[in-house]
Ligand binder design. Structure first.
Ligand code: ADP
Ligand code: ASP
Ligand code: MG
Length: 409
């Protein structure tokens, strides 16, 4: 019997009425002859509410305790979902991450999945039950509760689909597919019917929060087809799968933005070997991920290094400030949390030149200053002032033909 994994995000389980609708969707797949595993997120706004409480006490509080707190949201929604399925006449059972031994490393607040024990799930599926599993959470070898990072329920779902050899992983959300930009910012942006894993990976890692980055990594590694679709309307979504030839014909397939980063500058550090290594090793030791890095060679043997980190990590860097300054003999550390990263992505960039130049000219024409740049084989990213995010995304969508013509009434 084939297995389908369905994942429902926060808005899809926002209240009990919506949870009943989720139950109906799970039962529909079950009646179509599949074994069904459902992963749910916390009810809309709940994870934010919990983390705001934590921040009221200490924004740089122990990551272990933040996970202990944040993981509770999903425990509520799995129980309600299982109850809803039973109410509609099918059999269901809910499990937390630790109950199915969703094993992770100990990177609290952004833990990585290491293994899953599928025996418990298979036993229940074989007994004819719909199995409902909490997204976002796991446990370490020492049975400490961890979370997979914001948006991590997608990763739970895809990892489950991989380990169970599922036919497909359906990600139900509040949009009806993946668009060439966030449809909340560009209402007339085009929907993408099918995307290569590689492109979706770049989109997710550069801010398209419709899918969690590690979910796409798992899907690519284990060849799990993902479908992103609406939990509110019955219509085809976007398939994420192996690259097919026609995809390379599109030069730029998406423009993404991320406003969850902050820029940190270590100013006037000694311009000699080992300084960058020392600074970034200290951050890596504290599980702080660094994204873009720029070094300006300064005057008189002094240089500046700027880099971006997640905004949520700023309080932890501020805690390390003295140590960091001493380590690299920097004179000053500056923070700019008001930045946005805008990226143009497309597998077609491998075979077409000049995309970066077109992107820079489009931003220049709108008088938008570029603070940092990075490129990969299929992506160009620019860091700009956060206030210009919408303007930049819209202008780039128009430049690269990613919007539908306005239909006049
Ligand atoms: P869920 O709670 O279901 O996981 P998310 O809020 O995490 O939902 O992700 C869905 C949201 O992702 C959409 O509401 C949309 O605003 C945003 N989004 C950003 N970029 C894109 C994109 N390129 N295509 C579709 N949605 C996008
Ligand atoms: N509830 C978690 C969050 O809000 C996980 C998720 O929704 O995917 O980040
Ligand atoms: Mg999400």
């Amino acid at each position: 019997m084939s297995i389908i994994v369905q994942k429902f995000g926060g808005t899809s389980v926002a209240d009990t009425k919506r949870i009943m609708a989720v139950a109906k969707k799970a039962i529909r797949e079950y009646k179509a002859g599949h074994q069904v595993v459902v992963t749910v997120s916390a009810m809309a706004g709940e994870t934010d509410r919990l983390l705001n409480l934590a921040n009221e006490i200490d924004p740089a509080g122990a990551p272990r305790e933040r996970d202990m707190l944040a993981s509770t949201g999903e425990q509520v929604s799995i129980a309600l979902t299982a109850m809803a399925i039973e109410k509609l006449g099918a059999s269901a059972i809910s499990f937390t991450g630790p109950q199915i031994d969703m094993r992770t490393d100990d990177g609290f607040t952004k833990a990585k999945i290491r293994s899953i024990n599928d025996a418990v799930i298979r036993k229940e599926l074989d007994e004819g039950k719909i199995v409902v599993i909490a997204g976002f959470q796991g446990q370490t070898d020492e049975q400490e509760i961890t979370t997979l990072g914001r948006g991590g329920s997608d990763t739970t779902a895809v990892a489950l689909a991989a380990v169970l050899g599922a036919e497909r992983c359906d990600i139900y959300t509040d949009v009806d597919g993946v668009y060439s930009a966030d449809p909340r910012i560009v209402p007339n942006v085009k929907k993408i019917p099918a995307l290569a894993y590689e492109e979706m990976l770049e989109m997710a890692s550069s801010g398209a929060k419709v899918l969690h980055t590690r979910a796409v990594q798992f899907a690519a590694k284990y060849q799990v087809p993902i479908q992103v679709l609406s939990s509110f309307e019955d219509k085809p979504g976007t398939m994420i799968m192996q690259e097919v030839q026609e995809m390379e014909d599109v030069v730029v397939s998406a423009i993404t933005h991320s406003m969850k980063d902050a820029k940190v500058t270590l100013s006037k550090i000694a311009d000699k070997p080992g300084m960058a290594a020392a600074a970034f090793q200290l951050l890596a030791d504290r599980n702080i991920n660094v994204d873009l890095i720029v070094q300006n060679v300064g005057k008189e043997g002094l240089a500046d290094i700027s880099f971006t980190v997640e905004r949520a990590d700023l309080p932890y860097i501020q805690k390390l400030e003295k140590e960091l300054l001493q380590l690299v003999a920097a004179q000053e550390i500056l923070y700019d949390p008001k930045i946005a990263k805008i990226s143009a992505i497309g597998v077609g960039m491998k075979t077409h030149a000049g995309i970066a130049a077109r992107m820079f000219s489009t931003l220049a024409a709108k008088d938008i200053n570029i603070l940092m740049i990075s490129t990969s084989e299929i992506k160009v990213s620019c860091v700009i002032d956060q206030d210009y995010t919408e303007l930049a995304v819209r202008a780039l969508c128009e430049e690269f033909g990613l919007v539908d013509e306005q239909v006049s009434a």
